[in-house]
Design a protein around this ligand. Sequence first.
Ligand code: ADP
Ligand code: UVW
Ligand code: MG
Length: 411
Amino acid sequence: MTGTPTRVLVLNSGSSSVKYQLLDMGDGGRLAQGLVERIGEDTSRLAHTPLRGGGAKRERTGPIPDHAAALKAVAEELAADGLGLDSPELAAIGHRVVHGGLRFTEPTVIDEEVVAEIERLVPVAPLHNPANLLGIRTAMAMRPDLPQVAVFDTAFHTTMPEAAARYAIDVETADAHRIRRYGFHGTSHAYVSRAAAKLLGKEPGEVNVIVLHLGNGASASAVRGGRCVDTSMGLTPLEGLVMGTRSGDVDPAVTFHLKRVAGMSADEIDVLLNKKSGLVGLCGDNDMREIRRRIDEGDERAALAFDIYIHRLKKYIGAYYAVLGRVDAVVFTAGVGENAAPVREAAIAGLEELGLAVDADLNAVRSDEPRVISPVYARVAVAVVPTDEELEIARQTFELTGGKVTRTTNA
Ligand SMILES: Nc1ncnc2c1ncn2[C@@H]1O[C@H](COP(=O)(O)OP(=O)(O)O)[C@@H](O)[C@H]1O
Ligand SMILES: CC(=O)OP(=O)(O)O
Ligand SMILES: [Mg+2]
């Protein structure tokens, strides 16, 4: 090895998965990437892809009980490629942390006190912060000498005005318990809104963009001149759009009703709304590919689930159009947004009066590149921009730890 280390390992821990990438910030390239899924089940799967040196993709299956075991398995795979965590070329480890509360508005070098604060926020991100913490603790135990950085999903949304961030509930109660709308997927909304400006040949400060991050979790945001002014997730990642397993918006009285009339406990209602609702609650499947397949076979439950998903999405497009006043682009991203052409088509259908339309041929193109899918005559661009939370986390981690990022990729 020569010179200062330039490699960054990024861990994006979800509730039951870890996505990871090893990047070289010296040349902007990726060395390896992978995914561990179904953590906690007997059928866990690790898929690892070395990206330099020509090695083939590898898979292993079998029980991986938690995120600590997942990271150990990832470290073994990296070591097999000569890219182990003990490498002197590793400059830092970047961690996605979902909830940063009021305190963390910037990427932050992790110490014991930061760990304690992330832990304090577990009740408002019960599916996510515990997984993030296990990844952090395991990585810190493996490389106590390395800087480890937390990049928060909530950070990009801290620019929201009070009118968007506050719920209309008693102010003293709200403030005493820090109840407000924080928003999530911020790293993705930031990256994608910036990449969308670039796609339009503009600076981020010049454009107003509606970003639709449609993955397993899903959220919309309104971004004015590069700053978030509203987003659909709230105190927790439960509010807003219909998601894979989460309900999104419901009348809060549904929860009292379930408690008083159906006799459910707070924990049972939490599980119902976070894990047994959304698409899976409506039709038994949370994967949009499977739902489309069932619709093609004439399945009515799947069709209704799709319609409810689209109806909610359309409402948020309209709402954020009104919030922004002028819109330059509506941008689809994440697993569903990048891949499901029927979702994009249905969400934009009927919005011609707002200057929005999708070109069927452009919409059908499959690509990993950012692209416009609206017809040339449309007043507002509709675009697909693949998100890259890992690259964005790597950049922020590297910059915070003193590295200088060479921007060679999209945004
Ligand atoms: N080819 C595809 N067509 C339609 N939907 C897809 C396709 N590929 C992935 N998806 C959807 O994307 C979801 C995963 O999105 P992703 O952004 O990876 O989610 P997360 O980060 O929350 O795990 C899947 O559950 C599935 O619904
Ligand atoms: C915050 C959130 O919902 O994240 P994910 O989509 O990864 O579950
Ligand atoms: Mg995601």
